[in-house]
Design a protein around this ligand. Sequence first.
Ligand code: UD1
Ligand code: CA
Length: 457
Amino acid sequence: MNLSVVILAAGRGKRMNSRKPKVLHEILGRPMLRYTIDAVKPLKPQNLLIVIGNGADAVRNKIDDKDISFVLQKELLGTGDALAAAQKLLKSSEGAVLVLNGDCPLMTTKTLRELLNNHKRSKNALSFLSFIDDSLSGYGRIMRDKGKVTGIVEDKHATKEERGSNELNGGVYVLESEVMNHLKRISRNASSGEYYLTDVVNIVSNAGGRLNAYNCPQEEIRGVNSRDDLYEVSKILNRRNISKLMEKGVTFINPETSVVHSSVSIGRDSIIHPNTYLEGKTSIGEDCVIYPGTRIFDSAIGNGVMVKDSSLIEESKVGSGAVIGPFAHIRPKSEIGRDVKIGNFVEIKSARIGDRTKASHLTYLGDSEVGRDVNIGAGTITCNYDGEKKHKTVIESGVFIGSDSQLVAPVTIGKGAYVAAGSTITRNVPSGALSISREKQKNLMGWAKKRELRVKS
Ligand code: UD1
Ligand code: CA
C-alpha cells in the first residue's frame, strides 16, 4: 500500500502554559512527538511529514531523523490548514494519507494497522478512529444518522443534543487523495477563526463518499492538552513499560512509584523496590535487588548486584555480584568490577575499580585506577584536582589503604603496599612497602590531673 504519513505538530499548546512547544514536552525521557513517530515508522510510509509552526526550530533540532521532512505552517489556523500546508509536499505521491495529531503518544502501531486494514477492506474514501467515553470533554463528537457517520462537531461548538453523542474523535484519519482535494473546501469556523480538519468528514458525507469511524481502545486516544493530561499519559506509558518487564520475570514491589523508561532492560528474578528511577539506556542483569530511592541512568548493571537505598548511578558499568550503597554515588565513566563493595557515602568518578575491592565508608575515588582485592579504608580521599588540572591516582592490586588517608595525585601505590591510617601521600609508594606520613604520637603522662589543678587555683 502506497502510504504517506502526516503528523500535525504546529499548534501552540496554549493549555500547557509553557514556553516549550507542546510536542517537545518529555514523557519518560523522550519528547512526546517521538512516541507518535515510533508508532508510524513500522508502517514503512513512503513519506513521513511533520507539520511544525510554534517552536519550529526547537522541534527541528530535537527530531533530526533523516527520513522525516518538515513542513512549516505559516499561520496557526487550525488542523485543516495544517494538513493543507503538508499537501503541497505530498503532490508527487498517490495513495492514502494517514494523519495523526502529534499530541497523542499512546497510539500503537497495532491500532494504526487495524485502521488501515478496515479502510482498505471497506474501500473507504475516509476512515478515522473513534472511542466511546461519557466523561471526557474537549474532543470532537461524532454525528451519525442511522449508523452512518455524517460529521464531527467540536465539543465547544456542540449543542446540548450533539453533546449526547458519546462517540469521540481520536484525531487519527486515513484520507484517499480525492479527499485531500476536498481540504480547500473547508471554511473558516466563524467563532474560532480556525479551519477544522474535522469538517472534511461532513464534506465527504455530503458528497456521498464512503466513510466510517472505527472504535479503538480509549486509552490509546488520550491526547495531551494540559499538564494534567501529561501526567495521566506518563502514568499509562510507565505502566506499559513495567508490565512488559513483569512479564519477563521482574518483580516490582510498588510499580506506581517506580519510573521506568522504555529503553530499560532488566533480567529475570530481579526485584525493584519503590521510589526507584531506571532511566535511559540502562540494563540490569538477573537476580539484582534495587532498593528504594535509587536512580540509575545510562548504565549497565551485571547479575546479582545489590544497590542499597538512596544511591545514584550515572553512565557507568557495575560488575556482577557488586554491592552498592546505601547513599553511594557512581558518577559517569566509572567501571566497577565483580563482587566489589562500594558502601555508605562513597563517591566514585571516572574510576576503574578491580574485582573484589572494597570501599565501604565515606570515600572519594576520582580519576583513579584501582586494582583487585584492594581495601580502601573509611574516609580515604583521592586529591585529584590541583585547582587547574585533574590528575590520576593508581592503586595496584592487593593494596591496603588505612582510614582517613589522602592520596595526592598524580600518585601510584604499588602492588601489595600498605598506607598507614591518617597518611597524606604525595609521593609514589613502592610495591610491598608500608608508607606512613603523620606526626609521631606523644603521650604526656598525668597531663589531665595537672590541668585540673591549674584550673582550680
Ligand atoms: C482535535 C480535534 C478533535 C479531536 C482531538 C483528538 C480538530 C478541529 N479537533 O482537537 O476533534 O477529538 O483533536 O485529540 O481537529 N495543530 C497544528 N496546527 C494548528 C492547530 C493544531 O499543527 O493550527 C496540531 C497540534 O499541534 C496538535 C494537533 O494539531 O498536535 C491537534 O490540535 P489541538 O489543538 O490539540 O486539537 P484538539 O482541540 O485536541
Ligand atoms: Ca489535542
